[in-house]
Design a protein around this ligand. Structure first.
Ligand code: UDP
Length: 237
């Protein structure tokens, strides 16, 4: 089956890499995600990945314990580099070709983010893992995902989470919660739904990048979505 999308941006939260643990990286979870990405690359999709760092450090969490916020955010960005290197390794073990491109210079460890070079990698079917978020404190990796999606011309931003879509209320707290199949950007704002942080969401809306929120643990979901199946919740114009 041919794919509906030829270039996408996949946002993985740091927490997604923890598996059942409450810190760090679970090798089995990482291998499974890498397998799903490799599958869709083999089908011809160009995939950029933004990884979070919340499984290691979050700047806001460190600041709440008294650390300088910018230092905390710098540590958070470095955490995303650690996750990106782990993802690169997992992809390459499966035979995929991957490159980590960082928003902050760490040249001994990975490439710098250079937009045209990133696009060239994608065209050569290399998975590009965008590390260090936007390279600026006070931002999140959701914003980095929206930014990179816009920069590489992705036609879909996939937000892989622990929940299988967007609900009217938090399904973990309210058993009567109802999941939406699709929403417009305007509805997300009017209903005050938390899809991504405000800066990330505004960037997607302004550049008309559709966002699909889905459950990372649902096996084969990435491929099915790219084939055109309606899994999770789609936010678009
Ligand atoms: N971060 C930052 N600038 C960015 C992206 C991330 O300073 O552009 C820092 C911030 O401290 C954040 C941490 O890196 O808390 C990890 O990113 P995030 O919380 O977005 O990770 P996730 O929740 O997706 O695991």
């Amino acid at each position: 089956m041919s794919l509906k999308y030829s270039r996408v941006l996949l946002k993985l939260s740091g927490e997604a890499l923890m598996g059942e643990a409450d810190y760090g990286i679970d090798p089995q979870t990482l291998a499974r995600i890498a397998g799903e990405i490799h599958d869709v690359v083999n089908l011809g999709c160009q995939v950029g990945v933004v990884v979070g760092g919340g499984n290691i450090f979050r700047g806001a969490g460190l600041a709440a314990k008294g650390m300088d916020r910018v230092t905390g955010d710098n540590m958070g960005m470095l955490a995303t580099v650690i996750n990106a290197l782990a993802m690169q390794d997992a992809l390459e073990r499966r035979g995929a070709v991957a490159r980590v491109m960082s928003a902050i210079k760490i040249n001994e460890v990975c490439e710098d983010f250079i937009r045209r070079r990133a696009i060239r990698h994608l065209e050569k079917r290399r998975v590009v893992i965008f590390a260090a978020g936007t390279g600026n404190p006070f931002f999140t990796t959701d914003s980095a995902a929206a930014l990179r999606a816009a920069e590489i011309g992705a036609t879909l931003l996939l937000k892989a989470t622990k929940v299988d879509g967007i609900y009217n209320v938090d399904p973990a707290r309210d058993s009567s919660a109802v999941r939406y199949d699709s929403l417009s950007y305007q509805q997300v704002i009017e209903l005050d739904l938390k899809v991504m942080d405000t800066a990330a969401f505004a960037l997607c809306r302004d550049h008309r990048i559709p966002i699909r929120v889905y459950d990372l643990e649902r096996e084969g979901a990435l491929r099915q979505i790219l084939e055109g199946q309606s899994i999770g919740t789609l936010v678009q114009e």
